[in-house]
Design a protein around this ligand. Structure first.
Ligand code: URA
Length: 267
């Protein structure tokens, strides 16, 4: 990268409100996929050929029934999110369980006005049991905090809720497959319905495919409001994609998208 390009790159982060840059500890390749903004949207296209565009994951909970928690009596003290977590249990419903260390359920404010949805845990998330804690997660944190600071909102990462389409790490950081998204997506939908946010921000092609129109890439979808289950949805780029190389335009667009979604959700 030339000195001029590097300067622009740093200026961009400064403009977002970042005061320091970090060097992530993740090994290359330990992050979740989504580095190509369109890769995820393309995956599974064969399966969907000839069908009217529909979300990769049906929001009809009866489509892939998820058994309720076995001990109904114990639900009394549990919050709605805890009930869902209990229902997930030590899940073996799809092949992803074989390679996971921990199920990464989600984190943040259970009454958040804004929910971020990523693709699936990477190595750091699998190790810690928390979403977006690796390099992409650190960028997401800085984007959230930086955007809110810039638009004068007293909101920071712990105030929103963050989760993924699939809750177990896919092997070799591959994108989740349709059947894995279908099974885990039922829990995601229950999570979102339990939180009842004012808005959702889907990060990258996989999350967009799960909730929205699978035939349309994230580059086309981003920046345009759409809707899922009566909740406004803003698609934007996945932070892993923004971390890849010199991409000031992508970062600028993501910043615009976050500004829009935070303004709607919190102002
Ligand atoms: N990428 C994701 O999509 N989710 C995470 O939790 C981390 C990286």
């Amino acid at each position: 990268m030339s000195e001029q390009a590097l300067r622009k790159h740093l200026e961009f982060y400064r403009d977002l409100g970042f005061e320091e840059l970090f060097v992530g500890s993740s090994q290359a390749g330990s992050e979740r996929a989504s580095e190509d903004p369109e890769t995820d949207a393309a995956a599974g296209a064969e399966v969907l050929v000839g069908r009217a565009p529909a979300p990769a994951v049906s929001s009809d909970e009866s489509a892939t029934p998820v058994p309720p928690a076995s001990d109904a009596g114990s639900e009394q003290q549990l919050s709605p999110l805890q009930v869902i977590q209990e229902d997930i249990g030590d899940c073996t419903r799809c092949r992803l369980h074989k390679g996971r260390n921990t199920i990464v359920f989600g984190s943040g404010n259970p009454a958040a006005k804004l929910v971020f949805i990523g693709e699936g845990p990477g190595a750091d998330e699998d190790a810690q049991g928390l979403p977006f804690v690796g390099r992409a997660g650190q960028l997401l944190t800085r984007m959230i905090d930086g955007t809110c600071e810039r638009i004068g909102l007293p909101i920071r990462r712990p105030d929103v809720y963050i989760c993924n389409v699939v809750k177990c790490r896919p092997p070799d950081n591959r994108a989740p497959e349709l059947d894995e998204m279908e099974v885990c997506g039922q829990f995601l939908f229950r999570q979102v319905k339990a939180i009842q946010p004012k808005a959702i921000c889907v990060l990258g092609g996989t999350a967009a495919k799960a909730l929205l129109r699978p035939g349309v890439g994230i580059t086309k979808l981003r920046g345009n409001w759409t809707e899922w289950g009566g909740i406004r949805v803003m698609p934007t780029y996945h932070p892993s994609y923004l971390l890849r190389g010199y991409n000031p335009e992508g970062k600028r667009q993501a910043f615009e998208d976050l500004k829009e979604v935070f303004t709607y959700a919190y102002k």
